[in-house]
Design a protein around this ligand. Structure first.
Ligand code: F0G
Length: 463
């Protein structure tokens, strides 16, 4: 049995141009380093025909109907939760270049326990960790890797804290391309690295941090015909926009009050913000959610940039956090992120390692789970509620960016009580109550029954 490769329903396709985010220079092609040829800043993709034809030439209700209808199609391009929204994406010349693992299509979960903890009654998690390689990166990678294939590249490359490398290696393999991965040695979860190895990437562990890897990669791509798939690649961000489209569709196009996202290199927050602004411009939504970004205290370049420099110049930091996914001190997309935070009326906040670990265990206790970087969203929400930036009656979406299986070392250390020094463990407090260390028990009925009774006594099943 074979599926048709072409789409069941077609609407007008989106033509596009590249625009520099700093000087506004327009172009139809990119340099090899993906930077503006006039001033060297980052590029974004724009769709001039939305303005020329009048943004509403493809009426919003028609788009929504087409996107819904495609869910009934088995064509790969329609089964993808990214390409299903292709009217909002740059158009490929040939749909045969689409590399898809049926990414997107991620669940929106209610969080009743976390709702009680935070006092926010309408609290949901959009779980991007349910993507094919276990993180949100897949939604951007399907678009950028497809354009790499169309352009005829044989090699793609990225610097990564782990998830980008796993995703890139998978999509490159599916598209018949080779991939080069640069990661900071000893600072990437083996779970993520094992994916890159399995999908056939050439994986280099470098004695530097993520920022050093990215700097080096920018030099490599100027010397070799290798296509860069980091989030400075504007095609990545176009694919990552679909998180917001899919979310709003799941909410029947009623915008929530807040969307909260973790911040590292700041591509994802930029992409989600861009989508929200475009959706409003096209009349797909009538109000804008506030987009807020949460960082780890030890990797808080955006927080410092906004608080200490009014968002006008980047304040880089030496990054250190156990949430290795966001262990980034010199975020490439900081200007884009500042812009969308300001445009949506959002904010940014930082959380401690302990606050993050506690939030991760609380999301785990919902039967959902996520990797440490994703848990900063819940920890940050608690702070935003205390500051009255988020009101109890408002609706909040936490973007969980990575799957719980992405960083088992962190989870095991937490439950064994080895994540923090004993003095910081807070054994009898909230942190202690959340810990479930593995127990070594005699292989007898009596020992297992005793363990069960003790567990019930310390925390009843309906407690
Ligand atoms: N959450 C997870 C699980 C991540 O892997 C990342 C980034 C982020 C959040 C932050 O997103 O960079 O767009 O602000 N991971 C990159 C990587 C850097 O290489 O996998 P961002």
């Amino acid at each position: 049995m074979s599926h048709s490769t072409t789409s069941a329903t077609s609407a007008p396709r989106a033509t596009f141009r590249f625009r520099c985010i700093a000087c506004g220079d327009l172009g139809d092609a990119t340099r090899q380093d993906l930077r503006c040829s006039a001033c060297g800043d980052l590029l974004e993709i724009i769709y001039p025909h939305w303005k020329q034809e009048g943004a509403r030439s493809s009426r919003p209700e028609d788009c929504k109907a087409v996107w819904r209808q495609r869910r009934l199609s088995f064509a790969p391009i329609d089964s993808s939760g990214v390409w299903r929204f292709r009217e909002m994406l740059p158009a490929l010349e040939d749909e045969k270049c689409v590399i898809t693992l049926r990414e997107g299509n991620t669940p929106l979960y209610e969080l009743p326990r976390c709702s009680r903890i935070t006092g926010v009654s309408l609290l949901f998690a959009k779980h991007q960790g349910m993507n094919p390689t276990g993180s949100f990166k897949d939604t951007g990678m399907t678009v950028a890797a497809s354009f790499a294939l169309q352009a005829g590249f044989r090699w793609v490359a990225c610097a990564s804290t782990g998830n980008t490398s796993a995703s890139m290696a998978a999509y490159a393999a599916r598209g018949g391309m080779r991939s080069l991965v640069l990661v900071p040695e000893g600072k990437v979860s083996w779970s993520k690295l094992s994916q890159a190895l399995d999908y056939g990437a050439v994986t280099c562990q470098l004695r530097t941090d993520f920022d050093g890897c990215l700097r080096l990669l920018q030099e490599v791509v100027l010397r070799a015909p290798v296509y860069q798939l980091n989030s400075i690649n504007p095609f990545r961000l176009e694919g990552q926009k679909t998180l917001a489209l899919e979310l709003l569709e799941q909410l029947d196009w009623q915008a929530p009050d807040h969307i909260i996202v973790p911040g590292g290199n700041l591509g994802n927050s930029s992409a989600i913000g861009k989508a929200l602004l475009e959706m409003r411009e096209l009349g797909l939504i009538s109000s804008l959610p506030k987009l807020s970004v949460i960082q780890a205290e030890g990797a808080n370049a955006l927080v410092r940039t906004i608080r200490e420099a009014g968002g006008k110049r980047l304040i880089p930091v030496p990054a250190e956090t156990r949430a290795t996914a966001i262990r980034i001190g010199n975020p490439a997309s900081w200007k884009k992120a500042v812009r969308v935070i300001e445009a949506t009326g959002g904010t940014c906040e930082q959380v401690s390692e302990i606050e993050m670990a506690q939030a991760k265990a609380e999301i785990g206790a919902e039967g959902i789970g996520c990797e440490p970087a994703s848990a900063v969203t819940l920890a940050g929400l608690k702070k935003l509620v205390r500051q009255r930036f988020v009101k109890p009656e408002e609706s909040v979406i936490l973007v969980l960016t990575g799957n719980v299986l992405k960083d088992p070392e962190f989870t095991i250390d937490f439950h064994r009580g080895e994540l923090f020094p004993a003095s910081a463990q807070n054994a009898g407090g909230e942190l202690g109550k959340l810990r479930r260390p593995p127990l070594t028990v005699d292989a007898t009925l009596g020992a297992v029954m005793k363990t069960l009774q003790e567990a019930e006594k310390s925390q009843p099943a309906n407690g």
